[in-house]
Every structure is written in C-alpha cells, then in structure tokens.
Design a protein around this ligand. Structure first.
Ligand SMILES: [Fe+2]
Length: 244
C-alpha cells in the first residue's frame, strides 16, 4: 500500500496536475489542506481533490475562505487572495471546504493535521523546541503536517530522547524504524518556500516502512501569468520562481 501525500496546493493547478501525473504508484491519497489561497485556480484544484475521493483536512486558508477562521490572522497579500478566492468559488466547492475536518487518524498512531496537533490551523513546527513539545504532549508514531511549505522531518529517538531534523527540500527518504517517532512535512505542491521552486509531494510506503519525498517541475510561467491576469498581487506570482 502506498499513500500519496499532498499539501498546500494553494490554487496552483499546474503544480497539482504535474504532481498527480507523477504519483501513479499511489494506491490512495491524503491531502493536508490549504487547497486554496494565493493562486488563481481555486475551483479546479478543489475539484481535483474531490475527484481523488481521498482523506482531506482543511488548512488555515481553506477555513478562512469557508468563513470559519478570522481573516485578520493573515497578512495583507494573503487577505487579498482569500477575498478574491471567496468570490470565485462555486457553491459546491465552497461546501467542500466548509465540511473539512481539522485532524484525522490515517491509521493507528498515524495522524495528520495542517499545522500541529495542538493548534491544527495556525501553529508552525519550525524548530526542535516546538517539535519536542509536540512529541511530549501527543502520542503518535508519525504525524504528517503541512503549513510551513518546508519539506523536512523531525524525529524523536526514544532511546536517548534526541531530536533530529532532516531538510528534504531536494527530496529524500525517511525510514520509519522502531524506537523513533516522526513529524513529517512532505512540502508544498503549489507554493514551496524551501528554496526549491519545484512542486513537492510524498509517498508513504507502508510495505517498506518509508516516506519518500519527491520534487517535480511544472510550468511555473503559466501559473504566474494566471495570477497576474486575475489581478492578484504580483508578489504571489514572483515568489513561485524562487520557491520562497
Ligand atoms: Fe499553506
């Protein structure tokens, strides 16, 4: 069994299209939220996820467009995109966002949240101190997260209480072993911020107990033209060139 893991698509149709074409090996999918926001193709991206018929949780952008999170948590540029998105959505697609959960259990001791288990919509797990707190407060073997748009993995060694971090911005493989616990971010499909502009995704291979992170190119210029033509802030198009 292989589970394809996607997160932070952010209305980038070209990126999700390229990612799904490269995920033929996946038997099923898990989406970690922020399907919309920033980009110019919110309806197409939601419809892609609906077609996958997969487990999906909501992100802070999805919840805000759905009217379930205060827009004042966001900076000006994000607010402009959220407002624009809310005007574009078809009723059935908005309804899909409204019904998203904040947290799911994929299997026993494997959970998925957008931000973190203690604050699913808003908390970023960016450093070992935060990861340490999460490992101590919550009982999981693997916690899949998105939100930071940074592909990487925190691991906790139960033998010596050591926490390590592996940067996966160029892809890589994490072996799931006994006596270790993991917080894994498979990166962002549609707006990477780890310095690699390629779309990021993961494959959780249950047979071989590994999570593999991959990066894939997509036609960035096309996505940027759509953002500019939609009248969205220019910076949202520019940053896609740099993966920042
Ligand atoms: Fe996001």
């Amino acid at each position: 069994m292989k589970i394809g893991i996607i997160s932070d698509i952010h209305s980038n149709y070209e990126a999700i299209n390229s990612v799904l074409k490269n995920m033929k090996e996946a038997d099923k999918f898990l989406c970690l939220g922020d399907i919309v926001g920033y980009g110019a193709d919110p309806n197409c991206c939601i419809e892609k996820i609906i077609d996958l018929n997969c487990k999906c949780i909501g992100g802070n952008h999805d919840f805000t467009v759905a009217g379930k999170l205060d827009i004042n948590y966001f900076n000006y540029t994000a607010r402009v995109a959220i407002f624009w998105t809310s005007l574009q959505l078809k009723k059935e697609n908005l309804n899909f966002l409204v019904n998203l959960e904040k947290k799911i259990e994929l299997e026993e001791n494997v959970i998925a949240v957008h931000g973190s288990p203690q604050n699913p919509l808003l908390e970023y797990i960016l450093d070992k101190d935060t990861a340490s707190l999460i490992f101590s407060k919550f009982n999981f073997k693997i916690c899949f997260v998105g939100h930071s748009h940074l592909a990487g993995c925190f691991s906790f060694n139960e033998n010596n209480n050591q926490i390590d971090y592996i940067n996966l911005s160029n892809g890589g493989s994490i072996e799931i072993i006994k006596n270790k616990r993991y917080i894994i971010n498979c990166g962002s499909v549609g707006q990477p911020r780890d310095g690699n502009p390629q779309a990021s995704y993961g494959i959780y291979d249950l047979k071989y107990n590994a999570v593999n992170i991959y990066r894939v190119s997509y036609p960035v210029n096309l996505t940027q033209d759509k953002i500019i033509n939609a009248g969205l802030p220019r910076s949202l198009a520019d940053r896609l060139s740099y993966g920042r």
